[in-house]
Design a protein around this ligand. Structure first.
Ligand code: ADP
Ligand code: MG
Length: 255
């Protein structure tokens, strides 16, 4: 049975897209069949996988509007598939407003293909809008990346409220999969404090693997490849590989 996981935090720049690309890539490399779903109109996961977002025959926009998801999905490499997105999707939020079950469009679209994959990761936009609500409604669980910076936990209350609201009204089974501490800088006490604070807040849900700040992770997307193919020996690559192992260990007791 496929598992659908939203990578969600309404703050921008916390590492959602970087996690969406690199976690998916490593998990696929371990032999799982993975679908990466881009539901951010910025399409950064799409371009990060080397897919030209300005030249898509079909995209997430069409899928949200009712197109068969299989028509939009492209194969990126072995075991890894992408449901791409681009700026067209920005209009969907407004167009959906008048539709029935507007929160469940993604869920409906993924229902029939869910079991074709082991994991489906959804890269959410940095907002609490209808697109994010669609992602949470479609998901079994949520992965929350948190940047190790001063205001890291600001907004986390709001994030948890949103998850609670969706759980109550739209998706009772929605679970927290785990919390990923990203852009860690070991030279600062601040980073260390933020991790401790997050561990207290999210009791038992914070992954042991911490993603360091590493310039290679920021460079890889401009080459359209995950860190695994860009510089597999970098600290960023090692961290995401460890995270992928920990994710699978926690989720299914092995990889
Ligand atoms: P989000 O999707 O939450 O907005 P991104 O994953 O796009 O966040 O990250 C924001 C920016 O920070 C991007 O330019 C990305 O390349 C960079 N970045 C993300 N994670 C790291 C990291 N661990 N080290 C260095 N740069 C990173
Ligand atoms: Mg992003």
């Amino acid at each position: 049975m496929g598992k659908i996981i939203s990578i969600f935090n309404q703050k921008g720049g916390v590492g959602k897209t970087t996690t969406s690309i690199n976690l998916a890539a490593y998990i696929a490399s371990f032999g799982k069949k993975v679908l990466s779903v881009d539901i951010d109109p910025q399409g950064n996961t799409t371009s990060g996988f080397g897919v030209n977002k300005d030249d898509l025959e079909f995209s997430m926009y069409d899928v949200i509007m009712g197109l068969d998801a299989n028509k939009a999905i492209v194969e990126v490499f072995e075991n890894l598939y992408l449901l791409p997105s681009n700026v067209e999707l920005a209009g969907a939020e407004i167009e959906l407003t008048a539709r029935i079950n507007r929160e469940s469009k993604l869920k409906e679209a993924l229902m029939s293909i869910k079991d074709d994959y082991d994991y489906i990761f959804i890269d959410c936009p940095p907002s609490l809008g209808l697109l994010s609500i669609n992602a949470l409604t479609a998901s079994d669980s949520v992965l929350i990346p948190i940047q190790c910076e001063f205001y890291a936990l600001e907004g986390v209350g709001q994030l948890m409220n949103t998850i609670q609201l969706v759980k109550k009204s739209l998706n009772p089974k929605l679970d927290i999969q785990g919390v990923i501490m990203s852009m860690f800088d070991g030279r600062t006490n601040l980073s260390i404090e933020v991790v401790e604070e997050a561990k207290k807040y999210f009791k038992g849900k914070v992954y042991t693997t911490i993603i360091p700040r590493n310039v290679k992770l920021a460079e890889a997307p401009s080459h359209g490849i995950p860190i695994m193919l860009y510089d597999k020996n970098s600290r960023g690559a090692e961290a995401y590989m460890e995270l992928a192992k920990e994710f699978l260990e926690y989720d299914e007791g092995g990889y």
